[in-house]
Design a protein around this ligand. Structure first.
Ligand code: SF4
Length: 412
């Protein structure tokens, strides 16, 4: 489940916020220990509710099904529910303002990385890999001790949505044919046949300069409507989850007829959650597997595929975007682009790179226009592959299959 409604008034709520996966794993273990649950009950709570925020959330959701409280622009909103007994932060995407907001409520703001202390933090409990479980227990106890100190009215919004997640590169292969016959060729076949027009990665942050989640959702819905399957990570994945796009039922509601048919047949959502913002490499692994499976060219740059970060904010979005571009992917960012002051460099990144490496950057702040540009790029690649014309579906009988096998044998 995802959104602030996953917090529980009668439980000790701990928000795990940040990016490093090791300590969250240990907090997950510590919070389930019977003596810890008993300790929480002794303080008047029913138990301990963990909820994630930002990419620690994606890690815990993917691996353990821990619910997500929200993405980047919801971190202060979580505290003002009055129900968060501790917010545990490590590195990246933690707003400095958290300390001030936490002071207005009872929330303990616990920093855990010596490189990312916050002025005004409630306490600093540094993570040490050699004693990770003891440190996790200390953090969970700090939260439990804080449960009786709630002093504001608890107001948890009644908003949460179920999600189907966990689409690693390996899981997608399994879903496309099981553990023995799993292959990305099933996806390629649907792309070649035109039921799936192409593949898009929509990833990245929220940005204070855009309406929260709006660009992610407008872009994703435009792509789905045009039969483009969407792979998501990071805060984009959470935006999709809150909108109900990470459920198989979303296929009928939002997709064109071809993509809806494929999703219904396989039983998958049309938007696949592939992990945190540092898991974008999984999308490239899936792209490489499509190339290897055959029928869609010989390089990632041949695929009818595109990438986007419509609300990007973090510097690392640029480096992630650049490894997509140099791997051969057309990648469009929203909001703004840091090189536009230099015409020569921007020209090279937006045009010159395509000739050298097949991929290129683009900038388009309007998410629907950006989606249309991605679809135009996908169509350009479909035309280059010769799969741009709708093909009639032919049902092969045994005689036709034997003929094909004989022809294939002769070729070999
Ligand atoms: S997607 Fe961006 S805003 Fe969200 S957690 Fe990752 S770096 Fe932070």
């Amino acid at each position: 489940e995802i959104n602030l409604g996953v917090l529980k008034e009668d439980m000790v709520n701990i928000i795990i916020h940040g990016h490093e996966p090791v300590l969250p794993e240990m907090i997950y273990v510590a919070a389930q220990e019977p003596e810890m649950i008993q300790y929480a009950q002794n303080k008047g709570a029913k138990g301990v509710q963990l909820a994630g925020m930002c990419c620690s959330a994606n890690e815990l959701l993917m691996r353990h099904g821990i619910p997500v409280a929200g993405n980047y622009l919801q971190q202060e909103l979580a505290i003002i529910t009055g129900a968060v007994d501790a917010m545990v932060v490590d590195v990246q995407c933690e707003m400095q303002s958290l300390a001030n907001v936490a002071k207005c409520y009872h929330t303990k703001l616990i920093t855990t990385d010596p490189r990312a202390r916050i002025e005004g933090e409630t306490m600093h409990i540094p993570m040490d890999e050699h004693h990770a479980l003891e440190i996790a227990r200390q953090i969970v106890r700090e939260a439990i001790d804080n449960f009786p100190n709630r002093r504001s009215q608890v107001l948890i919004p009644d908003h949460k949505y179920p999600t189907v997640v966990g689409f690693s590169y390996e899981t997608i292969r399994y879903l496309l044919g099981g553990s023995i016959r799993g292959s990305y060729y099933t996806l390629n076949d649907n792309i070649i046949g035109g039921r799936v027009r192409g593949v898009a990665g929509v990833v990245g942050c929220n940005n204070c300069r855009t309406t929260h989640d709006s660009a992610h959702l407008a872009m994703t819905k435009e792509l789905l409507k045009n039969d483009v399957i969407v792979l998501v990570t990071g805060c984009s994945a959470m935006a999709a989850g809150k909108e109900g796009l990470l459920t198989p039922e979303a296929a009928v509601k939002y997709c064109g007829p071809g993509l809806a048919e494929v999703c219904e047949t396989v039983g998958i959502p049309p938007v696949l959650h592939m992990g945190s913002c540092v898991d974008n490499s999984r999308i490239l692994m899936a792209a490489a597997a499509c190339v290897k499976a055959g029928g869609l060219g010989t390089d990632i740059s041949d695929l009818p595929a595109a990438g986007a970060a419509p609300e990007w904010m973090s510097e690392k979005a640029i480096s992630i975007g650049h490894y997509f571009v140099v791997s051969g992917v057309y990648t469009v960012f929203g909001v703004g682009f840091p090189t536009t002051g230099s015409e020569a460099l921007t020209d090279y990144l937006f045009k010159g790179l395509e000739e050298e490496l097949g991929g290129m950057w683009d900038l388009e702040p309007d998410p629907e226009l950006a989606a249309k540009k991605m679809i135009a790029h996908i169509d350009k690649k479909r035309a280059a592959l010769g799969i741009d014309k709708a093909r009639e579906r032919v049902l092969y009988d045994m005689a036709m299959r034997r003929e094909m096998e004989a022809a294939a044998g002769e070729e070999i």
